[in-house]
Design a protein around this ligand. Sequence first.
Ligand code: 5GP
Length: 182
Amino acid sequence: MIPSVDRVDVLLSQDELNERISALGAEITARYRGRDLTLVGILKGSALFLTDLMRAIALPLQIDFLELSSYKGGMASTGSVRLVKDLTHSIEGKDVIIVEDIVDTGLTLRYLLQTLATRKPASLATATLLDKPSGRVEGADCDLDFVGFTIPGHFVVGYGLDLAGYFRNLPYVGIYHPEEDS
Ligand code: 5GP
């Protein structure tokens, strides 16, 4: 069934997202001047954030993508992470920023940091649009270098984030209220 947008309440408007992402871009620009920067976007959730963030960074940079599966189309984390699509290019010697949509349990990011660290980047940092610290599980506390917004433990959709594949195209981030019986 196609979920209804009527069940979505705006949490972060398009204007709030734009303003914060411009500030993050400026921060990254200041910190990475003179470095060989690669943004690694995690598909599919970070697609919108990555494309807006890269335009807010006034430096030469490269992008690449990884795809993982962790959630299986529902609203609860399965806790297991699987690599579905690997990077196209080597990141050896590059200054890498992993670009995530949201950090919840922290398991995905822990997996990414461990996996990418073995590929000898010059440096490895993390940028996430949203951080949900209430969802963090033991052993998955990771340092987040660039955070857009820290949010409460709701299930959110929009601006790249989905529910069963839907809602990624919403230009805002919203809280999804499930039906009583689901
Ligand atoms: P973690 O491994 O930190 O629990 O989860 C990371 C991934 O789970 C995110 O990249 C995202 O795909 C998914 N996720 C976590 N919380 C939410 C949420 O509130 N909404 C949606 N749509 N996906 C989420």
